[in-house]
Design a protein around this ligand. Structure first.
Ligand code: PLP
Length: 380
């Protein structure tokens, strides 16, 4: 194909793009990602609203109404129907904005935030962007944040505590009730990062991580992970209007007077695709999918546990196995499988998203067994 900037026919451009698309890895061999194939109805909704810009809501009142409805449904789902918020680009934006609100309402500049050592790397961006010191609290033997450590790290410049409901690496859930108690006693803002767990835990009967817990001030949960919305789709919720309003800046030339979001121009696709999935499947249907992922997670653990030791009993649909992780990961990649490794302890990590069906998991397990038996002492 010519490589100049002259215009090309639609057919030529699309065929070029198809080649690039075919280079991407199909999800069916991916156990390293917290994203998955979007639900077909999410794709349809995304395409319907592809021109919408929620950054200028007066021009897109219909799309803005879908966002309001989604926020209201999820506020109730996460335990406080009066919670308010907006649709973000994902957990990173949710964490940045929650910490910005905590800082703004505290009135403290150059403050610090106490996060678990297991916190997602987006908190490093939080520190850098907002000029906050990120203090990492050690974990206990179950890889939950150690509460004594949290207390030790708090001082009079602490503007927020963070708890994780579904850690990125192990899928573990911090003791949010105890964090809430500490936050309430000290009068500190508590943010829950449920980017992954938000659309998993409620379906497994775990509900004490959200606004049902009194001290929780904000929560982020990503429909583009286990809710099968199209990327980008995250949700940030605050218990109090005041927190959201602390993010407002004036927007003189738009159809709205103020904007509390991080990005200006903002896709409607995240809101409408999440709304479509929830309306179509209902929380009951979503729950069935999540519980099936959990069943397959346990199956994979059982298949491999006589070869490799799981780091923890899976709490969510993530299972990690102790091994010489980089070596095993590289060997599995040669066989076309994508897994990731975690920071501590040395282990490979498998996320069982909806595309990892029982047959995919069994095929993966037999590949792992084959690789391990080819050189038994190399990987453990
Ligand atoms: N928080 C947690 C717990 C996560 O697992 C992730 C991503 O995996 C994020 C935040 C960041 O989400 P995103 O990549 O959508 O910004």
């Amino acid at each position: 194909m010519r490589d100049t900037l002259e215009g090309r026919s639609e057919e030529e451009v699309l065929s070029e793009l198809s080649k690039f698309l075919s280079m991407d890895v199909p999800y069916s061999r991916v156990l390293s990602s917290m994203c998955t194939n979007p639900h077909p109805i999410a794709v349809k909704a995304h395409c319907m609203f592809v021109r919408s810009n929620l950054g200028d809501p007066g021009l897109f009142p219909g799309t803005a109404e879908v966002e309001r409805k989604l926020i209201s449904i999820l506020a109730g789902f996460f335990g406080d129907e009066n919670a308010r918020g907006y649709v973000t680009s994902g957990g990173t934006e949710g964490n940045i904005q929650a910490m910005r609100a905590a800082r703004n309402v505290s009135g403290i500049r150059n403050g610090n935030v106490v996060v678990p050592e297991s916190a997602h790397f987006s908190f490093l961006k939080v520190g850098d962007l907002l000029g906050l010191e990120i203090r990492k609290a050690k974990l206990d033997e179950d890889y939950r944040v150690d509460l004594g450590e949290v207390e030790r790290l708090i001082d009079d410049r602490t503007i927020a505590l963070v708890g994780i409901a579904g850690t990125t690496e192990l899928g573990q859930v911090d003791d949010i009730r105890s964090l809430s108690k500490i936050a309430e006693e000290r009068g500190i803002f508590l943010h829950v990062d449920a980017a992954f767990g938000g659309f998993v835990l409620p379906f497994l009967g775990i509900k004490d991580f959200d606004f049902r817990v009194k001290g929780v001030c904000s929560l982020t949960a990503d429909p583009h992970k286990m809710c099968m919305a199209t990327i980008p789709s995250g949700v940030l919720l605050f218990r109090r209007e005041e927190y959201l309003r602390s993010l407002d800046i004036e927007t003189p030339y738009l159809t709205s007077a103020k904007q509390c979001t991080l990005t200006g121009t903002r896709p409607g696709s995240g809101a409408v695709s999440a709304y479509a999935v929830i309306r179509h499947l209902g929380f009951e249907g979503l729950g069935r999918i999540v519980r099936e992922c959990m069943r397959v997670t346990r199956l994979l653990k059982e298949e491999l546990e006589s070869y490799l030791t799981p780091v923890i009993e899976p709490v969510t649909n993530v299972v990690c196995f102790r091994c010489r992780a980089e070596k095993l990961k590289a060997e599995l990649l040669k066989e076309g499988w994508y897994v990731s490794t975690i920071r501590r302890p040395e282990a490979i990590r498998c996320v069982i998203m909806p595309h990892v069906t029982e047959s995919v998991a069994l095929e993966f397990a037999s590949c792992v067994k084959r690789v391990l038996s080819s050189s038994p002492s190399s990987f453990v």
